[in-house]
Design a binder for this molecule. Structure first.
Ligand code: PGA
Length: 258
C-alpha cells in the first residue's frame, strides 16, 4: 500500500484572521483522526510562520506556493528558498499554470527554482498540464513531456527522488470541469512511464504524482482510486475545512482499498 498525499493550494485567498481560523479548524479536525495520508497546506507566504506554529501541534506539513529563482540579493518583492525554509515551509509548489500563464515563468526559471528548493531541503511540488486547445489537438503528452523534461530531467536520480509531481490540466483548474478518472489515469501512467525511462522502475514507483483541477469531496475517491493517482493538489476545496478534510478521508479510503 502506498499512502496518499493531499496538498491544499490556498492561492491568493484569506486575510490573516481568516487564515488563522482555517488553519486552526484543519488542525482541530486532524487531531481526532489517525491518518496514513500526508497532508500539506500551501498558504500564502505571509502566513507560513503562523501555519508552521499551528502545524507543530497537529499532523500537517506547511508549504509555500512560489519561490524566487534567485538565491538572494536585489530582487525586490521576491522570497528565497532559504527564507521559506526558515519561516517553516517543508514543501513548495513550482510551475503552477497560473504562474506560467500570468507571470510568464519559463522552464529554465522553474529548473532553477527546483534546484534552490532541493538545496534548502524543501520538497518541490512540480505542476504540469496542458491547456484546453492542447488537449483538443491531441498534443497533450508532448506538452507534458516537455514541461517535465525541461524543468526536471537535469536532476540526478537521488535528487529527482525528492520531487512530487502534480498533473493539473489547465482546463480543469477552477472551472468545475474535472478530468475523468480515465483521463487522469492515462496521463499519470504516461508520466510514470517517462520517469521510468529516465530514472528506472524504483524511482518511478516511488514518485508521487498528484492530480489537481476541480478535485472535490464528491470526485476525490474516484480519482484517488486510480492506480497511478497518488493523491491530490486541491485549490478551491481546500479553503473550507470540512471539504478539505472530506478529501483527506477519500485519500485514506482509496489507499486502504488499494
Ligand atoms: P482547483 O485548483 O482545485 O480550484 O481547480 C487546483 C490548483 O490550481 O492547484
Amino acid at each position: 500500500m502506498k499512502n496518499k498525499i493531499v496538498a491544499g493550494n490556498w492561492k491568493m485567498n484569506k486575510n490573516f484572521s481568516e487564515a488563522e481560523e482555517l488553519l486552526v479548524s484543519i488542525a482541530e479536525s486532524l487531531d481526532d483522526m489517525r491518518l496514513e495520508t500526508e497532508i500539506v497546506v500551501c498558504t500564502p507566504s505571509v502566513y507560513l510562520e503562523m501555519a508552521a506554529d499551528i502545524s507543530e501541534e497537529s499532523n500537517f506539513y506547511v508549504g509555500a506556493q512560489n519561490v524566487s529563482y534567485a538565491p538572494k540579493g536585489a530582487y525586490t518583492g521576491e522570497i528565497s528558498a532559504e527564507m521559506l525554509k526558515s519561516a517553516g515551509a517543508d514543501f513548495c509548489i513550482v510551475g503552477h499554470s497560473e504562474r506560467r500563464n500570468y507571470f510568464h515563468e519559463t522552464d529554465e526559471e522553474l529548473a532553477k527554482k527546483v534546484d534552490l528548493l532541493l538545496e534548502n531541503d524543501i520538497v518541490p511540488i512540480f505542476c504540469c498540464g496542458e491547456k484546453l486547445e492542447e488537449r483538443q489537438s491531441g498534443n497533450y503528452f508532448q506538452v507534458i513531456d516537455n514541461q517535465i523534461k525541461n524543468a526536471l530531467f537535469h536532476l540526478d536520480k537521488e535528487h529527482f527522488d525528492g520531487i512530487i509531481l502534480a498533473y493539473e490540466p489547465v482546463w480543469a483548474i477552477g472551472t468545475g470541469l474535472t478530468a475523468t478518472p480515465e483521463q487522469a489515469q492515462e496521463v499519470h501512467a504516461h508520466i510514470r512511464r517517462i520517469i521510468e525511462e529516465k530514472y528506472g522502475t524504483e524511482v518511478a514507483y516511488n514518485t508521487y504524482i498528484l492530480y489537481g483541477g476541480s478535485c472535490n469531496a464528491r470526485n476525490a475517491l474516484d480519482l484517488f482510486s486510480c492506480q497511478d493517482v497518488d493523491g491530490g493538489l486541491i485549490g478551491g476545496a481546500s479553503l473550507v475545512a470540512e471539504d478539505f478534510i472530506a478529501i483527506v478521508n477519500a485519500a485514506e479510503t482509496a489507499s486502504k482499498n488499494d
